[in-house]
Design a binder for this molecule. Structure first.
Ligand code: RP5
Length: 163
């Protein structure tokens, strides 16, 4: 990793169809002033692309990977197997099992290769970006401040009364 370059977040997803969920990560990261790149990489359909991408993450100044996939969702685990960077998995809702398959595929990693697993769908994508920001904030006070402001404005937005 080139220490003079700003660390980026990588957002990867198994299919174009995942983008409607994974673009929420982009929205949050933009809001927090964090650089990112977004790619379609399928563990099943483009295994060579996945391998090449994963082994070059450090060289490309990636600090955290957010990987979204649905169904038999191997992408987060396979990327995690190829890097020691933190990998956050977003289970994308599937047609048949509503994302329970995606959630279990991503969460139930056997010991040795961890994937930080978030909630299914939109909440998971948003939280993955916020968690990626927290990781980056450890070494970046600008991002830490932005994250604190984001939390404050969220708190402010909660009304006291429901009517
Ligand atoms: C997974 O299969 C993708 O992550 C996606 O969620 C799911 C369905 O893909 P498509 O058939 O829509 O391309 O690999």
């Amino acid at each position: 990793m080139n220490k003079n370059k700003t660390v980026k977040v990588s957002i990867v997803m198994g299919s174009q169809s995942d983008y409607k969920i994974m673009k929420l990560c982009e929205k949050i990261l933009k809001n927090l002033g964090i650089l990112f790149e977004t790619k379609i990489i399928s563990a099943h359909r483009t295994p060579k692309r996945m391998f090449e991408y994963a082994i070059n993450l450090n060289k490309n100044n990636i600090g955290v990977v957010i990987a979204g996939a649905g169904g038999s969702a191997h992408l987060p685990g396979m990327i995690a197997a190829l890097t020691t960077l933190p990998v956050l998995g977003v289970p994308v809702e599937s047609k048949k099992l509503k994302g329970l398959d995606s959630l279990l595929s991503i969460a139930q990693m056997p010991k040795g290769i961890p994937v930080g697993t978030l909630a299914i769908g939109e909440d998971g994508a948003i939280n993955a970006a916020l968690l990626a920001a927290s990781i980056i904030a450890n070494n970046n006070s600008k991002v830490k401040n932005k994250l604190n402001s984001w939390r404050k404005s969220q708190t402010k937005s909660v009304k006291k009364n429901p009517k």
